[in-house]
Design a protein around this ligand. Structure first.
Ligand code: CP
Length: 326
């Protein structure tokens, strides 16, 4: 969470403390229970209004933000690129000012340009902004839901989700998911290896993240990993032009059961979706025992509930005395 002009926003993982990340995950874990009830609704955000402003395509993030808001009893509306005045040439800022005039408590924004969430936070004084993915910059709720999925998986592990060996594989240069996950696993004190061909992982990229290792070889980069985060080849961002051919990329970097059994037999697999089966990940891995992909989608709702709750109420889901802090 970031404060801009005295208002709280979620613009990125950058700048978050370990305590804040763990607190959000605890709150999300508590709220996950709502989705398992027969009546999947609590009144916590009754009277609050959330606008989902999605100016780039999305299935998971947009629908889970809407479901999250509805499970908390907030009112929601969705505004997309193809059904809004973007088509008439309205600028992002003019559109956001217009929406803010309708008094929403939160505007959730996805936009193709890096920095667009921060830009809106600086210009809008009355609404909190949530970054639902801005260009190649950050996708903070994706990294948080990934971490929640690991927290559930490693529930019996004494160190929880710290001290893990995490490999992030694939189209790193174009990936906001990679950037948010690198920052989050640095906050947690995990060991991170980035794995990709040099064209998808330039040297100057790694320089931005001290302590992060890089490898241009899949077998070497995945060696002994606990967690493998596989990234989608972002073909809409011309990622195909960064490799000799997609067949060549698949041959060298597709994450398969064979390579995992060889070098990281105990690893679990995350993928933000949508997946390119047979390109960056085999169908066998995506649908297999070690895959947490379906759990990630389910957890998107709980994490987004926790974020909306925190931004609109400023309170913890779990009372401090119940945490033993009272
Ligand atoms: N992971 C993710 O952001 O998916 P969508 O583009 O479908 O929202």
């Amino acid at each position: 969470m970031q404060l801009v002009n005295g208002k709280k926003h979620l613009l990125g993982i950058a700048g978050m403390s370990q305590a804040l990340v763990l607190n959000l995950l605890d709150n999300a874990l508590e709220l996950a229970d709502v989705s398992d009830r027969e009546i999947k609704k609590v009144p916590s955000l009754r009277g609050k209004t959330i606008i989902n402003l999605f100016l780039e395509p999305s299935t998971r993030t947009r629908s889970s933000f809407e479901i999250a808001a509805k499970r908390l009893s907030a009112d929601t509306i969705n505004v997309g690129a193809s059904d809004s005045s973007v088509l008439k040439g309205e600028s992002l800022l003019d559109m956001a000012w217009t929406l803010q005039a309708m008094r929403p408590d939160v505007i959730v924004v996805r936009h193709k340009n890096s920095g667009s969430a921060q830009f809106l936070a600086q210009h809008l004084k009355q609404s909190s902004i949530v970054n639902a993915g801005d260009g190649m910059h950050e996708h903070p709720t994706q990294a948080l839901l990934d971490a929640l999925s690991l927290k559930q998986y490693y529930i019996e592990r004494p160190q929880g989700i710290t001290g893990l060996k995490v490999a992030i594989v694939g189209d790193i240069v174009h990936s906001r998911v990679a950037r948010s996950n690198i920052l989050l696993h640095q906050i947690l004190g995990n060991q991170i290896t980035l794995v990709a061909p040099p064209t998808l992982l330039p040297d100057d990229f790694a320089l931005s993240y001290p302590g992060v290792q890089i490898s241009n070889n899949l077998g070497e980069g995945l060696q002994d990993a606990d967690v493998v985060i596989v990234l989608r080849m972002q073909l809409e961002r011309e990622a195909g032009g960064f490799v000799p051919s997609l067949q060549e990329y698949s041959r060298e970097f597709c994450v398969s059961e064979k390579i995992l059994n060889l070098v990281a037999p105990n690893s679990v697999i995350l993928h933000p979706g949508p997946i390119n089966r047979g390109l960056e990940i085999s169908g066998e891995v995506a649908d297999g025992e070690r895959s947490l992909i379906a759990r990630q989608v389910t957890n998107g709702i709980a994490v987004r509930m926790a974020v909306l709750f925190e931004l609109t109420t400023g309170q913890n889901v779990i009372a401090d005395e119940d945490r033993g802090n009272g």
